[in-house]
Design a protein around this ligand. Structure first.
Ligand code: NAD
Length: 276
Protein backbone atom coordinates (compact mmCIF):
# COMPACT_ATOMS: atom_id res chain seq x y z
CA UNK A 1 0.00 0.00 0.00
CA UNK A 2 1.17 3.42 -1.02
CA UNK A 3 0.78 4.76 2.47
CA UNK A 4 3.54 2.44 3.73
CA UNK A 5 6.28 4.55 5.28
CA UNK A 6 9.79 4.45 6.64
CA UNK A 7 10.58 6.51 9.74
CA UNK A 8 13.42 9.01 9.37
CA UNK A 9 15.85 9.52 12.28
CA UNK A 10 13.89 12.57 13.45
CA UNK A 11 10.66 10.54 13.65
CA UNK A 12 9.08 11.91 10.46
CA UNK A 13 7.38 9.28 8.31
CA UNK A 14 8.31 9.13 4.63
CA UNK A 15 6.43 7.02 2.06
CA UNK A 16 8.44 4.19 0.45
CA UNK A 17 7.14 5.14 -2.99
CA UNK A 18 6.68 8.58 -4.51
CA UNK A 19 6.22 10.18 -7.91
CA UNK A 20 9.29 11.78 -9.51
CA UNK A 21 8.63 14.69 -11.85
CA UNK A 22 12.02 15.39 -13.46
CA UNK A 23 11.47 16.45 -17.10
CA UNK A 24 7.72 16.59 -16.62
CA UNK A 25 6.60 19.81 -18.33
CA UNK A 26 5.35 22.77 -16.32
CA UNK A 27 1.65 23.36 -16.92
CA UNK A 28 -1.02 20.82 -17.76
CA UNK A 29 1.39 17.87 -18.05
CA UNK A 30 2.74 18.09 -14.51
CA UNK A 31 -0.62 19.14 -13.05
CA UNK A 32 -2.24 16.01 -14.52
CA UNK A 33 0.57 13.64 -13.43
CA UNK A 34 0.54 14.88 -9.83
CA UNK A 35 -3.25 14.88 -9.64
CA UNK A 36 -3.48 11.35 -11.08
CA UNK A 37 -0.84 10.07 -8.68
CA UNK A 38 -2.59 11.51 -5.62
CA UNK A 39 -5.94 10.13 -6.75
CA UNK A 40 -4.27 6.73 -7.19
CA UNK A 41 -3.00 6.81 -3.62
CA UNK A 42 0.48 8.34 -3.96
CA UNK A 43 1.34 10.50 -0.97
CA UNK A 44 4.85 11.58 -1.95
CA UNK A 45 5.98 13.89 -4.78
CA UNK A 46 9.62 14.66 -5.64
CA UNK A 47 10.39 17.91 -7.45
CA UNK A 48 13.26 20.44 -7.50
CA UNK A 49 13.69 24.13 -8.28
CA UNK A 50 15.69 23.20 -11.39
CA UNK A 51 12.84 21.06 -12.78
CA UNK A 52 10.99 24.36 -13.29
CA UNK A 53 7.62 22.77 -12.63
CA UNK A 54 6.95 23.67 -8.99
CA UNK A 55 3.93 25.84 -9.83
CA UNK A 56 2.27 22.99 -11.70
CA UNK A 57 3.18 20.55 -8.94
CA UNK A 58 1.44 22.89 -6.50
CA UNK A 59 -1.66 23.07 -8.65
CA UNK A 60 -1.69 19.27 -9.05
CA UNK A 61 -1.46 18.97 -5.26
CA UNK A 62 -4.37 21.33 -4.68
CA UNK A 63 -6.57 19.58 -7.24
CA UNK A 64 -5.45 16.10 -6.19
CA UNK A 65 -6.15 16.49 -2.48
CA UNK A 66 -9.55 17.95 -3.22
CA UNK A 67 -10.53 15.03 -5.43
CA UNK A 68 -8.99 12.44 -3.13
CA UNK A 69 -10.63 13.99 -0.07
CA UNK A 70 -7.37 14.27 1.86
CA UNK A 71 -5.44 17.19 3.30
CA UNK A 72 -2.00 18.66 2.62
CA UNK A 73 -0.74 17.14 5.87
CA UNK A 74 -1.32 13.68 4.38
CA UNK A 75 1.32 14.39 1.73
CA UNK A 76 5.12 14.27 1.73
CA UNK A 77 6.51 16.95 -0.61
CA UNK A 78 10.20 17.19 -1.51
CA UNK A 79 12.08 19.94 -3.33
CA UNK A 80 15.78 20.74 -3.73
CA UNK A 81 17.98 23.81 -3.68
CA UNK A 82 19.78 24.23 -7.01
CA UNK A 83 23.56 24.61 -7.28
CA UNK A 84 23.43 28.30 -8.29
CA UNK A 85 21.50 29.18 -5.13
CA UNK A 86 24.05 27.66 -2.76
CA UNK A 87 25.34 29.64 0.22
CA UNK A 88 23.55 30.54 3.45
CA UNK A 89 21.36 33.52 2.50
CA UNK A 90 20.66 32.39 -1.05
CA UNK A 91 19.48 28.98 0.17
CA UNK A 92 17.00 30.48 2.63
CA UNK A 93 15.69 32.67 -0.19
CA UNK A 94 15.52 29.71 -2.59
CA UNK A 95 13.46 27.80 -0.03
CA UNK A 96 10.97 30.65 0.23
CA UNK A 97 10.77 30.87 -3.56
CA UNK A 98 10.03 27.14 -3.85
CA UNK A 99 7.32 27.41 -1.19
CA UNK A 100 5.74 30.33 -2.99
CA UNK A 101 5.76 28.55 -6.35
CA UNK A 102 4.32 25.39 -4.83
CA UNK A 103 1.77 27.40 -2.84
CA UNK A 104 2.73 25.54 0.35
CA UNK A 105 3.50 26.70 3.89
CA UNK A 106 6.16 24.05 4.45
CA UNK A 107 8.01 21.21 2.74
CA UNK A 108 8.33 17.73 4.19
CA UNK A 109 11.86 17.40 2.84
CA UNK A 110 14.35 19.91 1.41
CA UNK A 111 17.54 18.60 -0.18
CA UNK A 112 20.89 19.96 -1.33
CA UNK A 113 20.72 18.91 -4.99
CA UNK A 114 24.45 18.31 -5.69
CA UNK A 115 27.60 18.41 -3.53
CA UNK A 116 29.10 21.51 -5.15
CA UNK A 117 32.69 21.68 -3.93
CA UNK A 118 33.30 24.39 -1.32
CA UNK A 119 29.65 25.41 -1.16
CA UNK A 120 27.60 22.67 0.39
CA UNK A 121 28.60 23.29 4.04
CA UNK A 122 27.10 26.80 4.17
CA UNK A 123 24.10 25.49 2.31
CA UNK A 124 23.71 22.76 4.92
CA UNK A 125 23.82 25.40 7.68
CA UNK A 126 20.89 27.16 6.01
CA UNK A 127 18.94 23.90 5.89
CA UNK A 128 19.67 23.41 9.60
CA UNK A 129 18.29 26.88 10.32
CA UNK A 130 15.12 26.15 8.35
CA UNK A 131 14.74 22.90 10.29
CA UNK A 132 15.44 24.38 13.72
CA UNK A 133 12.98 27.18 13.02
CA UNK A 134 10.41 24.52 12.13
CA UNK A 135 9.94 25.82 8.61
CA UNK A 136 10.69 22.40 7.07
CA UNK A 137 9.89 18.93 8.46
CA UNK A 138 13.12 17.21 7.38
CA UNK A 139 16.36 18.04 5.59
CA UNK A 140 18.78 16.01 3.55
CA UNK A 141 21.22 15.82 0.69
CA UNK A 142 21.36 14.40 -2.82
CA UNK A 143 24.20 12.87 -4.82
CA UNK A 144 26.45 12.72 -1.77
CA UNK A 145 29.19 10.08 -1.70
CA UNK A 146 30.50 8.73 1.60
CA UNK A 147 33.27 11.37 1.74
CA UNK A 148 30.74 14.20 1.25
CA UNK A 149 28.58 12.81 4.06
CA UNK A 150 31.59 12.53 6.36
CA UNK A 151 32.54 16.11 5.56
CA UNK A 152 29.04 17.41 6.34
CA UNK A 153 28.77 15.40 9.54
CA UNK A 154 32.03 16.86 10.83
CA UNK A 155 30.43 20.33 10.80
CA UNK A 156 26.76 19.58 11.16
CA UNK A 157 24.53 19.97 14.18
CA UNK A 158 22.02 17.76 12.44
CA UNK A 159 22.73 14.57 10.54
CA UNK A 160 21.00 14.53 7.12
CA UNK A 161 17.79 12.51 7.26
CA UNK A 162 17.91 11.45 3.61
CA UNK A 163 20.45 11.00 0.82
CA UNK A 164 18.86 10.79 -2.64
CA UNK A 165 21.19 9.20 -5.19
CA UNK A 166 21.16 7.37 -8.50
CA UNK A 167 20.32 3.79 -7.57
CA UNK A 168 19.18 0.86 -9.72
CA UNK A 169 20.30 -2.73 -10.45
CA UNK A 170 23.24 -1.49 -12.59
CA UNK A 171 24.35 0.89 -9.80
CA UNK A 172 23.47 -0.75 -6.53
CA UNK A 173 25.66 1.47 -4.31
CA UNK A 174 26.48 -1.32 -1.84
CA UNK A 175 28.97 0.63 0.28
CA UNK A 176 26.98 3.86 0.32
CA UNK A 177 23.83 1.97 1.28
CA UNK A 178 25.45 0.24 4.23
CA UNK A 179 27.13 3.50 5.32
CA UNK A 180 23.76 5.27 5.26
CA UNK A 181 22.09 2.46 7.19
CA UNK A 182 24.81 2.65 9.82
CA UNK A 183 24.21 6.39 10.28
CA UNK A 184 20.41 6.24 10.05
CA UNK A 185 20.38 8.22 6.81
CA UNK A 186 17.54 7.02 4.60
CA UNK A 187 18.77 6.26 1.07
CA UNK A 188 16.39 7.28 -1.72
CA UNK A 189 16.70 6.06 -5.34
CA UNK A 190 16.61 8.44 -8.27
CA UNK A 191 16.28 7.06 -11.79
CA UNK A 192 15.25 3.76 -10.17
CA UNK A 193 14.28 2.43 -13.62
CA UNK A 194 17.53 3.74 -15.13
CA UNK A 195 15.25 6.01 -17.17
CA UNK A 196 13.78 2.97 -18.89
CA UNK A 197 17.09 1.33 -19.86
CA UNK A 198 16.64 -1.78 -17.71
CA UNK A 199 13.30 -2.95 -19.01
CA UNK A 200 14.77 -5.39 -21.57
CA UNK A 201 17.18 -7.08 -19.19
CA UNK A 202 16.71 -10.87 -19.60
CA UNK A 203 17.28 -11.68 -15.93
CA UNK A 204 14.77 -9.06 -14.80
CA UNK A 205 12.27 -10.27 -17.42
CA UNK A 206 12.65 -13.83 -16.13
CA UNK A 207 12.06 -12.81 -12.50
CA UNK A 208 9.15 -10.56 -13.49
CA UNK A 209 7.45 -13.39 -15.42
CA UNK A 210 7.71 -15.77 -12.49
CA UNK A 211 5.81 -13.27 -10.28
CA UNK A 212 3.39 -12.22 -13.00
CA UNK A 213 4.68 -8.66 -12.58
CA UNK A 214 6.41 -6.16 -14.88
CA UNK A 215 10.15 -5.49 -14.87
CA UNK A 216 9.46 -2.01 -13.49
CA UNK A 217 7.54 -3.51 -10.58
CA UNK A 218 10.34 -5.99 -9.83
CA UNK A 219 12.95 -3.22 -9.76
CA UNK A 220 10.85 -0.98 -7.50
CA UNK A 221 10.10 -3.92 -5.19
CA UNK A 222 13.85 -4.63 -5.05
CA UNK A 223 14.42 -1.04 -3.90
CA UNK A 224 12.00 -1.36 -1.02
CA UNK A 225 13.28 -4.77 0.06
CA UNK A 226 16.74 -3.17 0.17
CA UNK A 227 15.39 -0.47 2.48
CA UNK A 228 15.60 2.21 -0.22
CA UNK A 229 12.83 4.75 -0.87
CA UNK A 230 11.96 4.97 -4.57
CA UNK A 231 10.49 7.72 -6.80
CA UNK A 232 9.78 6.43 -10.33
CA UNK A 233 8.66 9.00 -12.88
CA UNK A 234 5.83 8.56 -15.34
CA UNK A 235 3.18 10.80 -16.87
CA UNK A 236 1.04 7.91 -18.07
CA UNK A 237 -1.90 6.91 -15.90
CA UNK A 238 -1.43 3.18 -16.33
CA UNK A 239 2.27 3.34 -15.47
CA UNK A 240 1.68 5.58 -12.47
CA UNK A 241 -0.67 2.88 -11.21
CA UNK A 242 1.66 0.03 -12.24
CA UNK A 243 4.64 1.57 -10.45
CA UNK A 244 2.76 1.65 -7.18
CA UNK A 245 1.38 -1.89 -7.34
CA UNK A 246 4.37 -3.45 -5.66
CA UNK A 247 3.03 -4.31 -2.23
CA UNK A 248 1.39 -7.63 -3.15
CA UNK A 249 4.48 -9.77 -3.84
CA UNK A 250 7.88 -10.50 -2.31
CA UNK A 251 11.22 -11.24 -3.98
CA UNK A 252 13.08 -14.18 -2.47
CA UNK A 253 16.54 -13.65 -1.02
CA UNK A 254 17.90 -15.59 -3.99
CA UNK A 255 16.16 -13.22 -6.41
CA UNK A 256 17.47 -10.20 -4.49
CA UNK A 257 20.98 -11.60 -4.96
CA UNK A 258 20.45 -12.28 -8.66
CA UNK A 259 19.35 -8.67 -9.16
CA UNK A 260 22.26 -7.32 -7.10
CA UNK A 261 24.60 -9.34 -9.35
CA UNK A 262 23.58 -7.13 -12.30
CA UNK A 263 25.57 -4.25 -10.78
CA UNK A 264 28.32 -2.85 -12.98
CA UNK A 265 28.56 0.67 -11.51
CA UNK A 266 26.93 2.15 -14.59
CA UNK A 267 25.36 5.62 -14.32
CA UNK A 268 22.79 7.44 -16.45
CA UNK A 269 23.44 10.69 -14.60
CA UNK A 270 26.59 12.65 -13.73
CA UNK A 271 29.24 11.32 -11.36
CA UNK A 272 28.97 13.26 -8.07
CA UNK A 273 32.75 13.52 -7.93
CA UNK A 274 32.97 15.02 -11.40
CA UNK A 275 30.10 17.19 -12.59
CA UNK A 276 29.62 20.73 -13.93
P1 NAD B 1 13.13 6.78 -13.93
O1 NAD B 1 14.19 5.76 -13.69
O2 NAD B 1 12.05 6.94 -12.94
O3 NAD B 1 12.54 6.45 -15.35
C1 NAD B 1 11.45 7.17 -15.86
C2 NAD B 1 11.16 6.68 -17.28
O4 NAD B 1 10.98 5.26 -17.28
C3 NAD B 1 9.85 7.26 -17.82
O5 NAD B 1 10.08 8.47 -18.48
C4 NAD B 1 9.37 6.19 -18.75
O6 NAD B 1 10.00 6.33 -20.01
C5 NAD B 1 9.89 4.92 -18.10
N1 NAD B 1 8.89 4.24 -17.26
C6 NAD B 1 8.36 4.66 -16.08
N2 NAD B 1 7.52 3.74 -15.57
C7 NAD B 1 7.49 2.72 -16.45
C8 NAD B 1 6.83 1.49 -16.49
N3 NAD B 1 6.00 1.11 -15.53
N4 NAD B 1 7.05 0.68 -17.56
C9 NAD B 1 7.88 1.04 -18.54
N5 NAD B 1 8.56 2.19 -18.56
C10 NAD B 1 8.36 3.03 -17.53
O7 NAD B 1 13.88 8.16 -14.24
P2 NAD B 1 13.98 9.61 -13.64
O8 NAD B 1 12.81 10.41 -13.96
O9 NAD B 1 15.30 10.13 -14.06
O10 NAD B 1 14.09 9.39 -12.04
C11 NAD B 1 12.97 9.42 -11.18
C12 NAD B 1 12.92 10.68 -10.36
O11 NAD B 1 14.10 10.83 -9.59
C13 NAD B 1 12.91 11.98 -11.18
O12 NAD B 1 11.67 12.20 -11.81
C14 NAD B 1 13.30 12.98 -10.16
O13 NAD B 1 12.20 13.29 -9.33
C15 NAD B 1 14.37 12.22 -9.39
N6 NAD B 1 15.75 12.54 -9.87
C16 NAD B 1 16.60 13.16 -9.01
C17 NAD B 1 17.90 13.46 -9.40
C18 NAD B 1 18.82 14.14 -8.43
O14 NAD B 1 19.89 14.59 -8.85
N7 NAD B 1 18.49 14.21 -7.18
C19 NAD B 1 18.34 13.16 -10.71
C20 NAD B 1 17.45 12.51 -11.57
C21 NAD B 1 16.18 12.19 -11.13
Amino acid sequence: NLQATTTLHNGVKMPWVGLGVYKVKEGSEVVAAVKTAIKQGYRSIDTAAIYKNEEGVGEGIREGIKEAGISREDLFITSKVWNEDFGYEATIEAYETSLKKLGLHYLDLYLIHWPVEGKYLDTWKALETLYIENRVKSIGVSNFQIHHLEDVMKYAKIIPMVNQVEFHPKLSQVELLSYCKLHNIQLEAWSPLMQGQLLEDPKLIEIAKSHNKSVAQVILRWDIQNGVVTIPKSIQNHRIIENSSIFDFTLSSDELKQIAALNDNKRVGPDPDNFD
